[in-house]
Design a protein. Sequence first.
Length: 243
Amino acid sequence: MGIISYIREEIQVIRERDPAIKSNLEVFLYPSFKVILRYRLAHKLYLKKHYFLARWISQRAARKTGIEIHPGATIGRGLFIDHGSGVIIGETTVIGDNVTLYQGVTLGGTGKEKGKRHPTLKDNVMVSAGAKILGSFTIGENSKIGAGSVVLEEVPPNCTVVGVPGRIVRMGSKKVPRTDMDQVHLPDPVLNDIRNLQEENQRLHNELKHMIKYMKCFEKEGYECPGAEEGAGKAEESGGEQR
Ligand SMILES: CC(C)(COP(=O)(O)OP(=O)(O)OC[C@H]1O[C@@H](n2cnc3c(N)ncnc32)[C@H](O)[C@@H]1OP(=O)(O)O)[C@@H](O)C(=O)NCCC(=O)NCCS
């Protein structure tokens, strides 16, 4: 695409997605406009294996705009990065068409993967301010990632994800009830810890109940109460079932 068509397209994209813009001339002031223009050049150089020059352009653009796009990233048409500051797009990120990112977004790796380490964002995805998408998985078309979320697993199309770790709260036009969260296999270590503590608490409660029963029996009868130990054993076994 030539520079004139690029500028025309950018004017259209920014006017569509930022209600704050008042004139076409303002497009030249947008960090998104500046950085994507430089990214397109850096990406061409990267594909021709001029890695140093490509990184040099990308780093200069990052200093000017606060948006660091690795020249190896693959970006479709119509990307808009609103405000811009603190946005990072990793080397193996793939971004489809008409994607919107806000300030503070990271499309990064977890540090555990090799090869493709960064996410793939399909067409029309919106990633809100401060959201982090970490790892090599896909965010489906038309999905929205809420402000401040940390997304660590695949998101199907047409979903809204919020929270840390990210949970699907809306699928299509339907709200997802919080009890159905397991369907999307998003990890929830805090909930798991709470469940473990509940189980442990129930087990201890049952054991204590049988010890009290045993003590009462012992006080009354003056000898070991028949069946008390058996009862305590049962309490331990049934600890997980009674909650
Ligand atoms: C996620 C978002 C896009 C809304 O998407 P939506 O599909 O319309 O979802 P809803 O507003 O119906 O919210 C669904 C649920 O998620 C909750 N939620 C929404 N955004 C959230 C967020 N960022 N963090 C935590 N929970 C959030 C809502 O309270 C609601 O919870 P409930 O079901 O218990 O009532 C929006 O809330 C958001 O984060 N926008 C930020 C945009 C931005 O970055 N602006 C910066 C401009 S400078």
